[in-house]
Design a protein around this ligand. Structure first.
Ligand SMILES: Cc1cc2nc3c(=O)[nH]c(=O)nc-3n(C[C@H](O)[C@H](O)[C@H](O)COP(=O)(O)OP(=O)(O)OC[C@H]3O[C@@H](n4cnc5c(N)ncnc54)[C@H](O)[C@@H]3O)c2cc1C
Length: 231
């Protein structure tokens, strides 16, 4: 698997307890398809536990960016604490790109992306890329969170929607579990038989959303998902 060493260029809070990390490619050539992920390993982790210092992160920058960006919910694990405290300029090991989560190639078939919380990461890359490529594919993103402060990258997504007429961005604020429900889906997607559906995020969220899609009549073959195993 291709291996890289990138330097941390920037870190920023992008939602409540959610931090984005920007890494410089330097003189290394890194290519990937929007939707893919990387394994990031910290060397000499400041904090240590028995879970090790490698985690998978979906790439949330686009192939046109001259940097790699990932974002994560900050937790109490040694790896996340060390990552949050990593000083600018420090090197990390990056293996990848990995995975086959990507948009279908027939651009006449719309895509509907459903996620909540940190599951936004691969979709940010996919939507940024489609906007940069002036793609004619109809894209809908339904982003569900308990409250606006939990939602990452909303400013970016709203900006892309303002000039990409093929991109429809729908936010949903639910005080309870944050999950998308049937009436909401039916209101926002007129023909459930036409699109390919994409779901990404922690396993519980992916399972619940996939189940709902099947219950309302979406064919299993038309649902693709990326499970953030480890949460
Ligand atoms: C394809 C993919 C994409 C992901 N993208 C993101 C992302 O963009 N942002 C984000 O925050 N998180 C993402 N994750 C989850 C991330 O890798 C971490 O598992 C998660 O953030 C929890 O880490 P932690 O240090 O808080 O938890 P910890 O309590 O330390 O638990 C993490 C531990 O869970 C175990 N584990 C990890 N993966 C697996 C697995 N596949 N099967 C069984 N056990 C496992 C390992 O022991 C790992 O060290 C992704 C995971 C996958 C598989």
């Amino acid at each position: 698997m291709p291996h890289y060493t990138f330097a941390l260029k920037e870190k920023k809070m992008v939602a409540k307890e959610t931090m984005a990390f920007v890494f410089e490619y330097g003189d290394q050539k890194f290519t990937f398809r929007p939707g893919q992920f990387v394994d990031i390993t910290l060397e000499d982790s400041k904090h240590k536990d028995d879970q090790g210092s490698t985690r998978a992160f979906s790439i949330c920058s686009s192939p046109l960016d001259d940097y790699l960006m990932v974002a994560t919910r900050l937790t109490d694990s040694a790896m996340k604490k060390s990552l949050a405290e990593l000083e600018l300029g420090r090197l990390v090991h990056v293996d990848g790109p990995l995975g086959s989560f990507k948009l279908h190639t027939d651009k006449t078939i719309p895509a509907v992306m459903l996620t909540g919380g940190i599951g936004i990461t691969p979709f940010r890359s996919i939507i940024k890329d489609a906007t940069e490529q002036n793609s004619e594919q109809k894209l809908t993103l339904i982003y569900s969170n308990r409250a606006p402060e939990d939602a990452a990258f909303v400013d970016d997504l709203e900006e892309w929607q303002s000039y990409n007429t093929n991109f429809n961005f729908v936010t949903r604020w639910t005080k309870e579990d944050g999950h998308i429900d049937e009436p909401f889906l039916k209101k926002h997607i007129r023909n459930l038989a036409k699109p390919i559906f994409y779901v990404a995020g922690p396993a519980g969220m992916v399972a619940g959303t996939t189940q709902l899609l099947i219950e309302i009549g979406v064919k299993e073959d038309n649902i693709k998902f990326e499970e953030f195993a480890g949460y």
